[in-house]
Design a protein around this ligand. Structure first.
Ligand SMILES: CC(C)(COP(=O)(O)OP(=O)(O)OC[C@H]1O[C@@H](n2cnc3c(N)ncnc32)[C@H](O)[C@@H]1OP(=O)(O)O)[C@@H](O)C(=O)NCCC(=O)NCCS
Length: 182
């Protein structure tokens, strides 16, 4: 899976399945999103502790898992989008895939998330087993919820006080979309 995507502001980026050599770039992207202290489960320092393991997993996809990355160049600082979708489950829930994604701050709002989601759902649709794609999102993450709704995700549940940030608690939402009838 590979596509040259022209963003709304005219920039061109390559979206493709991740290779092993993308590990450092993916970790840098994840760290930059964590540094915003916003919509990640992990805090920046926790991210550092796991960086090596995360980098080693990049590019290790099999036919039940897709990791898409977006690049604006070939360097370790040039991974600007990351999306994982995959199913690695017991037979009874083998039609369920989980999805997570993040775009670097300076590439948001110009259609990259849209393009990566479209490609991920096409992968899910073509997969022989996957019917249901699900994700979790913090209840106040307006851009992400809008993106997911746009692509057919529907809220199924709300976990109250799911995340604690200092002395503040936040709810999260469980959302799901069907790419075929189960
Ligand atoms: C959520 C995120 C992935 C969206 O990616 P993006 O590349 O900025 O999104 P796009 O520019 O492709 O926009 C796609 C749709 O998302 C929605 N959207 C994006 N930014 C938005 C904003 N600031 N406010 C409201 N809706 C927004 C819109 O529905 C938009 O469709 P439209 O352009 O037709 O209006 C990105 O903001 C991000 O990585 N955020 C930080 C990490 C994160 O929250 N990850 C998700 C965790 S669950």
């Amino acid at each position: 899976m590979k596509e040259q995507v022209i963003l709304r502001d005219g920039r061109s980026v390559l979206v493709r399945a991740a290779h092993a050599g993308d590990g450092t770039g993916v970790v840098k992207l994840m760290r930059s999103v964590a540094d915003e202290r916003g919509y990640t489960l992990f805090e920046p320092e926790e991210m550092d502790a796991k960086a090596e393991a995360i980098a080693a997993r990049v590019g290790a996809s099999d036919r039940d898992e897709l990791r898409l990355i977006a690049r604006c160049g070939d360097g370790d600082d040039d991974v600007i989008g990351d999306l994982s979708i995959g199913t690695k489950n017991f037979r009874r829930i083998a039609h369920v895939a989980k999805l997570g994604m993040e775009i670097r701050h300076d590439y948001r709002g110009v259609g990259l998330g849209d393009a990566m989601m479209r490609m991920a759902l096409a992968w899910a649709k073509a997969h022989p087993r996957v019917a249901r794609v699900e994700l979790q999102v913090f209840a106040d993450n307006v851009p992400a919820i809008a993106l997911y709704r746009k692509h057919g995700f529907v809220q199924e549940g709300r976990r109250r006080y799911y995340m604690r940030m200092g002395d503040r608690y936040l709810d999260d939402l469980i959302m799901a979309a069907f790419v075929k009838t189960p």
